[in-house]
Design a protein around this ligand. Structure first.
Ligand code: 9MG
Length: 323
């Protein structure tokens, strides 16, 4: 049987049986006829870190420190450029900075641990030395990279392999007591776009994430420290991506925050006919607004200022008068 699938709504005024979707001040769902345990699970706020609000979507700014970054052409490869990018994102309203030293674009090669640490840890240390207190996530599959990043001042682990790449990453995360994002991917970045197949993509990604949550908890990670992500573009065709985006609210039934990363991805270029990744900002903002309306807690983007502005308008329009 499929898990409970709340229908997210933003229309106003809200009826008496409306409950906040996962703590949102903007998205609600109708709890009429739903049992008490499901109501509580689907409505409860999902805190990521004490400093971060729980009632609106958070914007996670992408700081790639990779020479082959698909979206920035490697212009953020030096420490100074990466720091400047982080500062600009904070000024534009980013809630979280996601620092990555290994490209996850389709076909990307693995980066040795030492190189990945050399790319990311100094950037995180420089961010902290510059007085930036914005939470930082380390985008890595590797325990050694995560440990170095956490020592340098990172607060969150963002693992696109959902703890399937490096058996030691669960221990590092559990011992640090930090949140971790578990993302679904079919295959690795090297292989994932070679004819991905599913019977029912929404059900299979949901079940996979449920299993990875169980695995993380069995490894000592607190359930309240787990973030989930359907992994748009990671071993998915265009129809798979659209099905996951349409059904995004189902993942609230997992009881964890939802992170959505679609920014500048290939499917946006395919639908819009825009080949250059850097020119896919408008489509990326459209998907960010869609994710917000599905109650996603974190939206991972390259274009922070544009996304923050769009979400400010969306929040004003979806907030009940007097709130
Ligand atoms: C690193 N990275 C690239 N795309 C991503 C996505 O969609 N989600 C998460 N969590 N990380 C991503």
């Amino acid at each position: 049987m499929n898990p409970f699938h709340p229908i997210p709504r933003t229309d106003l005024p809200r009826p008496p049986h409306a409950l906040p979707l996962a703590g949102s001040a903007h998205v609600w769902w109708s709890a009429a006829g739903v049992d008490a345990a499901t109501r509580a699970r689907v409505s409860a706020p999902r805190a990521i870190l004490p400093a971060l609000p729980v009632d609106r979507p958070l914007v996670m700014g992408i700081v790639n420190v990779t020479p082959d970054s698909f979206s920035d052409g490697g212009t953020a490869q030096t420490l100074e450029a990466a720091l400047a990018r982080a500062q600009a994102m904070v000024a534009a309203g980013a809630d979280i900075l996601d620092i990555g030293g290994e490209s996850t674009r389709p076909g990307a090669a693995e980066v040795p641990v030492a190189d990945e640490i050399a790319r990311t840890a100094p950037v995180i240390a420089a961010i902290r030395a510059a007085g930036i207190v914005t939470p930082v996530s380390i985008d890595t599959r590797k325990a050694g990279v995560a440990a170095a990043a956490l020592r340098a001042g990172a607060d969150i682990v963002n693992d696109v392999s959902a703890l399937s790449w490096d058996a030691d990453l669960a221990r590092v995360t559990a011992e640090a007591g930090v949140p971790i994002c578990l993302m679904h991917a079919q295959g690795t970045p090297q292989t994932m776009q070679a004819d991905p197949r599913y019977g029912d993509v929404l059900a299979e990604v949901y079940e996979y994430l449920a299993r990875r949550i169980d695995h993380a908890v069995a490894q000592g990670i607190a359930p309240g420290r787990i973030i989930t992500d359907p992994g748009i573009g990671f071993g998915k065709t265009l129809p798979h991506n659209l099905t996951l985006l349409r059904g995004l609210a189902r993942f609230h039934t997992l009881g964890a925050p939802i992170l959505l990363g679609a920014s500048r991805k290939r499917f946006i270029g395919t639908i819009s006919g825009v080949e250059a990744a850097a020119a896919r900002m408008p489509g990326s903002v459209a998907v960010a607004l869609w994710a917000a309306a599905q109650g996603a807690q974190v939206i991972r983007v390259h274009d922070v200022a544009e996304t923050v502005q769009a979400l400010a308008l969306w929040r004003a329009l979806t907030q009940e008068a007097g709130e």
